[in-house]
Design a protein around this ligand. Structure first.
Ligand code: MSP
Length: 513
């Protein structure tokens, strides 16, 4: 049976429009999905929007609209943004979908029946931004570490999930699965959290305070706490699309999040699953935060980076390349226009784009675009270039499996450097002047066209548009030349005609003030 893998992004709150942060996670998961598909695995890629709770109700009220139409509008913007960005998600879930609401109510009933939910009174410090209570230890200078606002004291009767009951089981699970949370820094953070006794989790809000949520199946006066509702999207979405294969996909479930929502995913979610009778998922993949220059990205600072604006200005693949190459998965990164332009010009215009143009123009100048035979078979330097690609592919695959997207790209770019060096060392433009060496020039260009074909394969998950353009330029569209065709030196038929060069990444000239 084909291996199944289930990939998720967080479901994004509809109180903001898609920005750099959402886009990074979504592009990483898209890259990972494309990579796994290319390895022959069955992928189910789920994304969507988180639409209930205080925050959304307040955002709708501030615009004088009802939460439902407000959520419809912003959810639509997320979806169309991902469509415009070529994100290959398989399903887009909304927490207001009827099937999700039913699913949440079923799970609540199950957890209630298992004796893991009780009614009680609780007073605590509550941050509306995070929609959760904070313990004093978690606050920084009395303020929410994320929102830098003082939480408000709320005391009310609510339903609680006996999360504490599952603390030891969660610790045992982490112990038995050392790569459950990766990279390790975040695993250690969670182990740190679990050194203290786990408090039970308040999972309801009285309707007197909030009505925009999923009603508790066992008490109509309450709605479900937004995190208990939202986390279940990963199961409700899967069961909705793959009712029969859900268990097989679940065993390969990989959630991708940033560090801001580590606790709900590493503590609330696995313990909820345990109580509801599910095995925890396979991996929690946690990345760092994007800042803009030295600041946090925020509307009030006016420094929010929007994916569609970036696409418009620089093209989709330039943006994808930068995000995936610049951030080491797990660590924070800074976005600056300067760093973007520098990388774009160096790696894309001068690197990949230039190599592609150079090879295709020589092929046209010397052989009217027609590939020549490898007379007498590949020379040692041709074999050496081939060997570089074999090693790079092996490393790139291993790096992506371990979430080292930037390392994989670095390795692929080392293959581009090896091609540039091969051109300098073999010097086909000099050799051409010697008529007796022209057969060899044909073989050198054949080798370089093979290299371009393999570069297109290697970059495909990261830069799908560019990969498709390169394959089209090489006339390697599916059906015309098998794709993937791993063999070097034998795949191109003699006389196969490649396209005229065209600039893949025109240099960005920034006017300095
Ligand atoms: N709705 C919850 C998630 C529920 S999942 C069951 C939520 N939504 S959110 O809209 O705030 O999205 C948070 C996520 O957006 C982060 O975990 C990350 O994936 C992405 N990012 C938002 N800002 C970011 C940065 N500045 N940098 C990197 N990613 C960040 O939390």
């Amino acid at each position: 049976m084909t291996e199944k893998i289930f990939l998720t992004t967080p479901i994004y709150y509809v109180n903001a429009e898609p920005h750099l942060g959402h886009t990074y996670t979504t592009m990483v998961v898209d890259t990972f999905a494309r990579f796994h598909r290319s390895m022959g695995r069955d992928v189910f890629f789920l994304t969507g929007t988180d639409e209930h709770g205080d925050k959304i109700a307040a955002a709708a009220a501030s615009l004088d609209t009802d939460p439902r139409s407000y959520a419809d509008r912003i959810s639509g913007i997320f979806r169309s943004t991902w469509d415009t960005c070529g994100i290959t998600y398989d399903h887009f879930i909304r927490t207001t979908d009827a099937h999700h609401v039913r699913f949440v109510q079923d799970v609540l009933q199950k957890v209630h029946d298992a004796g893991d939910i009780y009614f009680g009174e609780y007073g605590g410090k509550y941050c509306t931004g995070c929609e959760r209570f904070y313990t004093d230890r978690e606050l920084v200078g009395g303020k929410c570490p994320d929102h830098e606002t003082e939480p408000v004291w709320i005391k009310e009767e609510n339903y609680f999930f006996r999360m504490g009951r599952y603390q030891q089981r969660l610790l045992d699970y982490l112990d038995a699965h050392p790569d459950f949370i990766r990279p390790t820094g975040y695993r250690n953070e969670v182990l740190g959290l679990l050194r203290e006794p786990l408090e039970d989790l308040c999972i309801s809000r009285p309707k007197s305070r909030l009505t925009w949520g999923i009603e508790l199946p066992f008490d109509r006066n309450y709605v479900t706490y937004v995190w208990f509702d939202a986390l279940l999207n990963y199961l409700s979405g899967l069961a909705h699309v793959h009712p029969t294969d859900a268990p097989a996909y679940w065993r390969g479930a990989n959630h991708f999040i940033a560090k801001d929502i580590l606790k709900p995913h590493s503590v609330f979610w696995p313990t909820m699953l345990m109580s509801a009778g599910y095995e925890p998922y396979a991996h929690l993949n946690v990345h760092g935060y994007w800042n803009v220059g030295k600041s946090k990205m925020s509307k009030s600072l006016g420094n929010v980076i929007r994916p569609l604006a970036m696409k418009e200005r620089y093209g989709l693949d330039g943006f994808r390349y930068f995000l995936l190459r610049e951030m080491a998965f797990g660590s924070d990164s800074a976005f600056t226009e300067d760093a973007f332009v520098t990388r774009f010009n160096a790696d894309l215009s001068n690197g990949l784009g230039n190599l592609c143009s150079r090879v295709l123009s020589m092929q046209h100048r010397y052989f009217a675009g027609r590939i020549q035979p490898m007379n007498g078979g590949p020379a040692p330097e041709d074999e050496a270039l081939h060997a570089v690609f074999v090693a790079v592919e092996r490393d790139a695959v291993a790096s992506v499996e371990q979430l080292g997207f930037h390392i994989a790209l670095e390795r692929i770019w080392s293959a581009i450097a090896a091609c540039d060096k091969y051109v300098v060392d073999t010097a086909p433009f000099k050799m051409w002047k010697d008529e007796s060496a022209r057969l060899r020039v044909g073989a050198i260009l054949h080798t370089l066209c093979d290299a371009l074909r393999h570069l297109a394969r290697l970059i495909d998950p990261f830069m799908p548009e560019t990969a498709a353009r390169m394959k089209a330029l090489l006339r390697c569209e599916p059906g015309r030349l098998a794709d993937p065709a791993p063999e070097w030196f034998t795949t191109f038929a003699t006389g196969h005609e490649v396209g005229e060069p065209e600039p893949l990444f025109p240099r960005i000239e920034i006017e300095k003030e």
